[in-house]
Design a protein around this ligand. Structure first.
Ligand code: ADP
Ligand code: NI
Length: 204
């Protein structure tokens, strides 16, 4: 199979697998991350095949997905093999997607590869800006999480935005990622400010 065909096969498989995923890891998220990753790669370099393939499969093994949508890492490797991706590339891709999530951020002891840095930036960019705002509400709706609460300990959309998403801009790995994050960050800051005003929430 040519690399183009391999990417097509993977994209169609993943889009099927994540159809109707309720927590913001749906097929449209994958399309946006792939596009963003290509856009960053155009400016930063790296192996475009690895970047696109990692972007396409990056969420199907995520522990946050419920079992209906999630694949085991083993199953994903077999899937990649079935599209004739070579074993060295499979190892490279699996390494990227198992180390890139928010949760692994502090556990990382070795530097990221350029391809991993780009896919992580693309994934983080889709968590901020207009798409990011939309996804937070989708996630909260699926999990029954409130928009905001008086009790600041309690999980909410607002808490997640302020404590996690507003920090992503400064965690970008690449120059291109940083640049793209600026506008998204500004929009999200303005959204939060306006939203809090409307809700009568003030910062003590
Ligand atoms: P990604 O798919 O980008 O790796 P996550 O799996 O961490 O990101 O989260 C998926 C989406 O759900 C993101 O847009 C994120 O902001 C949002 N999200 C994650 N945790 C929460 C939460 N506790 N409350 C609201 N939204 C959340
Ligand atoms: Ni993602």
């Amino acid at each position: 199979m040519t690399q183009k065909k391999q990417l097509e096969a993977a994209a169609s498989f993943v889009s099927d697998q994540l159809k109707n995923e309720p927590t913001g890891h749906d097929a449209a998220h994958i399309d946006r991350v792939r596009l963003l990753a290509c856009h960053i790669a155009y400016r930063e370099g790296g192996s475009l095949f690895i970047i696109e393939m990692a972007a396409i499969v990056h969420d199907v093994i995520d522990e946050k997905l419920s079992s209906e949508w999630r694949l085991s890492p083993n199953r994903l490797e077999l899937q990649l093999l079935s599209w004739e991706v070579n074993t060295r590339d499979i190892r490279y891709i699996m390494d990227i997607i198992t180390t890139m999530s928010f949760r692994h951020r502090h556990k990382q002891h070795r530097p990221m590869t350029l391809e991993g840095a780009i896919v992580q930036d693309a994934d983080r960019l889709d968590a901020i800006g207009a798409s990011g705002i939309a996804r937070v509400f989708t996630y909260a709706g699926a999990k029954g999480e409130p928009h905001y609460t008086k009790d600041k300990q309690h999980g909410s959309v607002l808490k997640h935005m302020e404590e996690k998403l507003l920090k992503l801009k400064d965690l970008m790995n690449t120059r291109a990622g940083k640049q793209l994050a600026e506008k998204r960050h500004e929009l999200m800051s303005l959204f939060i400010k306006t939203w809090k005003e409307e809700c009568g929430l003030t910062d003590e």
